[in-house]
Design a protein around this ligand. Structure first.
Ligand code: GDP
Ligand code: MN
Length: 352
């Protein structure tokens, strides 16, 4: 899950990481303190360059709120704005925590030229962090030297320790602060924050209540422009189906494991999700039914045919529990079955 800036900053604040004083603004807001920095709460970066971050000085604040709430940023229109106390910026730095999978560590990445141009920078510094406070103190020392802020050693040490705690306790996979701001009065403040949380850790976090929701890992988009959609049951067969489509020189749009408890309603839902892709010309259905019942899948296919008139051509292979019942239902409806995945793929290629 990708958090919005205000959601991420609320987490930072709970871990004693300094953020600007702020409030949330929506279309019902009637008054805010000025001067103020208004920030569009959309799940994309680079807002500063396209009108998503505005410093409001005069009392045209209500009009600015209205304008920003209706201004789409890279296709996203915000539900709320973050209204922050303006900072007097002396310098901007870049700081992030990421997972280094090859090393099984959490790494600190830094650049002394932070802010909106950071993507064009190279030579990011990287240091592994750890539970050991001495380790993090050493990193803080190297970081303050690199930033040219030796006088901030104790502040930066505490910041790194808190960021590390925050990252682990939140089951984050990314925590990025850009810019990390040094104010003219010598304070270090998180000016912006991007945070991604691990969907798989949802069961540990009853408090997770964000605008974004955990992804359905049974349905994964592989290529929204792809031309062949797949429906299979069991993760192994679903992967093999995707591989088969790709090996046949076709472009799979999605992975879908309808699972053991699949019924007519859940399979119909999957068809609807598939219909959101623009380029689908074939749907491969590959079911080896154990707990899943072929007749339930057949009913869903027939129902999808009648509910979705523009449904692309189906290439269906069914085997296992209640196959005979499914075969009878489908042949009555005039929907043919194929004997194997290979024959499905072969037919798709012949038809195109
Ligand atoms: P982004 O463009 O979506 O990454 O949004 P940021 O929050 O990073 O803001 C972009 C830029 O706005 C920053 O790099 C600052 O240079 C600038 N900015 C100007 N005044 C302020 C302020 O008071 N607070 C913050 N956070 N940024 C400011
Ligand atoms: Mn930023």
């Amino acid at each position: 899950m990708k958090l919005l800036e205000y959601e991420a900053k609320a987490i930072l604040k709970a871990f004693s990481i300094p953020v600007p004083a702020s409030s949330i603004v929506n279309s019902k807001t009637t008054k805010i303190e000025i001067p103020v920095v208004l920030k569009s709460q959309v799940p994309v970066g680079g807002r500063g360059k396209v009108g998503g971050v505005r410093l409001i000085k005069k009392a045209d604040d209500m009009q600015a709120i209205k304008d920003m709430l209706s201004l789409p940023i890279k296709g996203h229109t915000p539900n709320v704005l973050l209204a922050e106390e303006p900072l007097s910026i002396k310098r901007e730095y870049y700081l992030s925590l990421i997972i280094d999978r090859s090393d099984s560590t959490i790494e600190l990445m830094a650049h002394k030229e932070g802010g909106i141009e950071v993507e064009s920078q190279s030579n990011f510094r990287r240091w592994p962090l750890g539970e050991d406070r001495n380790r993090n103190h050493k990193v803080a020392k190297m970081l303050t030297e690199y930033f040219g802020l030796p006088e901030q050693l104790s502040v930066i040490t505490e910041l790194i320790n808190n960021l590390y705690k925050c990252f682990v306790a939140s089951d984050a996979t990314l925590l990025e602060i850009n810019p990390l701001i040094l104010t003219t009065t010598g304070n270090i403040v998180a000016g912006d924050c991007k945070m991604t949380l691990d969907d798989a850790a949802k069961f540990r976090h009853p408090e997770w209540n964000f605008e974004d929701t955990p992804a359905n890992t049974n349905f994964v988009t592989l290529d929204p422009e792809g031309s062949v959609a797949t429906i299979a049951n069991g993760a192994g067969l679903a992967m093999a189906t995707v591989d088969g489509v790709a090996d046949a020189g076709l472009s799979p749009a999605n992975f879908l494991d309808i699972g053991g408890g699949a019924n007519e309603a859940s399979v119909l839902q999957a068809f609807k999700q598939i219909m959101e892709y623009p380029n689908i010309s074939a749907i491969v259905i590959n079911i080896f039914a154990g707990i899943t019942r072929c007749d339930e899948v057949a009913k869903a296919i027939i129902s999808a045919k009648s509910h979705i008139p523009e449904l692309p051509k189906l290439y269906i292979r069914l085997a296992g529990t209640n196959y005979e019942a499914a075969d009878a239902l489908l042949s009555r409806a005039g929907i043919p079955l194929l004997p194997s995945l290979e024959s499905c793929l072969h037919s798709i290629k012949e038809d195109h």
